[in-house]
Ligand binder design. Structure first.
Ligand code: NAD
Length: 299
């Protein structure tokens, strides 16, 4: 049985912990938001109050944090004297970061971990909160072959498809490419649906037509951004996340950073990043990313 320390219990982390507990893993949890940790106690998670406490006696650590700065602070320590967990875990502890962050931060943490003879993989996810709840997430792993095999043993309890993208940081790079596509697709789906609505079409009928036509995509299939078209998606629940718009802006920014380094052209991705920047500046950053539909809607 795995004994896991899980750090970062937000929209994604909490349902992942629930599935680990269901699979019979022993899970210790920590979040700077104590309420998020306490909510998992009745399900059998051991609530802890510090990084030092959460890693006691575990064989695996999983982190699910917002961005690179949080991951670097948790693993390596921060500028305010905080010690990183690389200096707290016992030998042979296996480390998995499932946050979506910049590949350089993932490589930095992997190098520091290897210097201490610890195995670390980056394993960002796709599939959203629904996938996290259903245990059907896709994991995109970057790291050694041994790290990938070890990761599969744990991640099989929370995911359905587990890919080995390449070496350290490559999982993040693949995830960044995926979310560049997602940001473009979501903006495109909102644009097409709004054009139809403005010209008298029923968005449900239009969605059904596009789903059986060449405009079919993930947003239309599983995450329709127009309120009332699909039950159980953020659009039909006042755009409660889900996947916050601020996190989509972060991911499109990671795509822009990567494109600068490789001197790649990403005109569509840049436009999508700017749309999310405008949208977030209007007070929408904590809403689900499908709320960008509001930018197009005349209502
Ligand atoms: P979230 O903001 O809901 O959760 C992040 C959690 O981390 C919060 O509970 C926060 O309190 C905690 N945290 C922050 N700093 C911490 C620290 N130093 N120590 C302990 N806990 C700390 O975010 P989320 O939606 O769960 O996303 C997490 C990651 O997964 C992000 O990188 C995101 O881009 C990625 N992701 C999200 C989705 C989605 O649909 N929400 C899908 C795929 C990937």
């Amino acid at each position: 049985m795995n004994t896991i320390a899980f750090i970062g219990l937000g929209n994604m982390g909490s349902p992942m912990v629930k599935n680990l507990l269901k699979a019979g893993c022993s899970v210790r949890v920590f979040d700077i938001n104590e309420a998020a940790a306490k909510a998992l106690s009745p399900l059998g998670a051991v609530v802890t109050h510090s990084l030092e406490d959460v890693v006691k006696g575990v064989d695996t650590v999983i982190t699910m944090l917002p961005a690179g700065e949080h991951v670097r602070a948790v693993y390596l320590g921060d500028h305010h004297g905080g010690v990183g967990l690389l200096n707290m875990v016992s030998v042979n502890t296996f480390l998995i970061d499932s946050s979506t962050i910049d590949p350089d931060s993932a490589r930095l943490v992997a190098n520091e971990a290897h210097n201490k003879e610890l195995e670390f993989v980056d394993a960002p996810v796709s599939g959203g909160v629904t996938g996290a709840e259903a245990g059907t997430l896709t994991f995109i792993v970057g790291g050694s072959n041994i790290g990938f095999q070890q990761a599969q043993q744990v991640l099989q309890h929370v995911g359905k498809n587990i890919f080995h993208a390449g070496q350290a940081g490559d999982g993040q790079m693949a995830k960044i490419c995926n979310n560049l596509m997602l940001g473009i697709q979501m903006s495109g789906a909102c644009e097409a649906l709004s054009l139809g609505i403005d010209n008298g079409l029923d968005p449900k009928v239009l969605s059904d037509i596009m789903l059986q036509s060449s405009g079919r995509n993930w947003a239309l299939e599983l995450y329709n951004p127009c309120p009332g078209v699909m039950p159980n998606v953020p659009a039909s629940n006042q755009y409660q996340p889900g996947f916050m718009s601020k996190l989509m802006l972060k991911d499109l920014g990671l795509g822009a950073d990567a494109a600068l380094k490789s001197q790649s052209a990403i005109p569509m991705g840049s436009l999508a990043r700017n749309l999310y920047a405008f949208h977030n500046a209007r007070g929408n950053e904590a809403l689900d990313f499908s709320s960008i539909f509001k930018m197009y809607s005349k209502k």
